[in-house]
Design a protein around this ligand. Sequence first.
Ligand code: ADQ
Length: 486
Amino acid sequence: MSRLVIVSNRVADLRVSTQTGGLAVGLADAIKERGGVWFGWDGERQGVTGGELHIEKIGKVERVAAPLSPEDVSNYYLGYANSVLWPLFHYRLDLVDYRPAFFDGYMRVNETFAGQLAPFLAPDDLVWIHDYHLIPLAGFLRRLGCRQKIGFFLHIPFPPPDLLAASPNHAELVDALLEYDVIGFQTHTDAGNLKLYLREHISAVQVARNRFSLGERSVLVDRFPIGIDAAGFAAMVGDADEDVQIDLMRRRVLGRRQIIGVDRLDYSKGLPERLKAFGNLLSQHPELEKSVTFLQIAPPTREEVDAYADIRTELETLAGSINGRFADFNWTPIRYIHRSVSRRKLAPLFRGSQVGFVTPLRDGMNLVAKEYVAAQDPDDPGVLVLSQFAGAAEEMRQALIVNPYDIDAMAKMLYRALTMPLKERRRRHATLLEHVTRHDAKAWLKAFLAALDERDGYPAHKSTGTNERPGRATAATQTIARSHPP
Ligand code: ADQ
């Protein structure tokens, strides 16, 4: 079995098995089993880009952490990745803060990472690069002569061609993607959006449903919906610590039901709309007062980016005004927790909540939807209310699917969830659980690596080492007619 090389923006802590964040813990297990390298930014903000790497050997794995300068953290990470690509790929052109210096920083960091990573690669390694921070990495590796099979997985949505074209660098981004052997997305919609772009703007020849020919090589464009460690998560529900247990008991005694939301505090997660829908529910159903609470856990992220500070203020104001309107001396309708909660606490909290309220305006997948299902008691399960714009909605059709912009419809759906008969709850949950368990993190990993392993790889004679940007001057991309929109 080939070694595995994983590259992600932040290098994972391989000594800790449970991490907060989107990148599946299963990856750590896979790399430990096969041996290899995990490369990424060390997460510090005061280093020197291209400076000394921090290398740690853990079993058969080398963990390689690269430093970045404050300027590059600002331009590459906070700038291009999180102020341009994140909003653009979440269909939020209104929030894109495009600046040429951001793109230059993005390319500079990717080029530097490629130079630092290349010496660690063995000829037969499978290289798996994760997420929007690192799109140009394969192109820079190719220029250094790396011909390994390189796959890319995008954890977030991929926008339709017209939206993508609004970015001044869309041609470079798509060219860079074409340097991979496998380009993996969460959903049919995302994969379909790239295919549309390739057909409309690049005249790439589609040789099979998921394969595009680029002259001597071809790329696979496919969906690999990410899963969770369903069994591992379910096993944590019995472990509630004291304060969670007390909270559960108190609600049981008072006959209070709980709606739960757990998200990073991000404008893509639809949090204000969610709070408003809960407020509408209370207005429309006064009989629910004192019998339902809404617990929203939303730890801060990327607070240096203005849009994140704005959403925080908006949410605090909204929670305050809904609580001000409905609260009584012994009942606070919305409990809003602005910090991270350990997974050990999350699993029992999900289990003790009668509704999982997961309504992003746009989301690559949304693991919380799957975790909520995995944590339920199959004999008396809660109901998942899920946004049609979460990638998870493509698979989880037995959830109550809502339009997260339609606040009134969400309030009605909450009411339906709270009043759903046990038989229907069980039926819906059984189908969802079966899916989440079968298509878990291991299945995702296996499917992606199998697809990558089956590829022919980069032709050995291909010239490399040009100073052009990746994708522009390689033989692979010269063979196709380009007509990128302006
Ligand atoms: P995220 O945007 O981070 O991930 P999500 O898929 O929901 O979104 O994953 C969040 C993870 O962090 C979940 O495992 C959740 O339990 C945990 N988490 C969230 N809030 C927490 C809190 N307060 N305390 C503790 N843990 C918390 C990105 C994409 C998603 C995609 C994932 C994986 O945006 O669409 O599903 O990657 O590919």
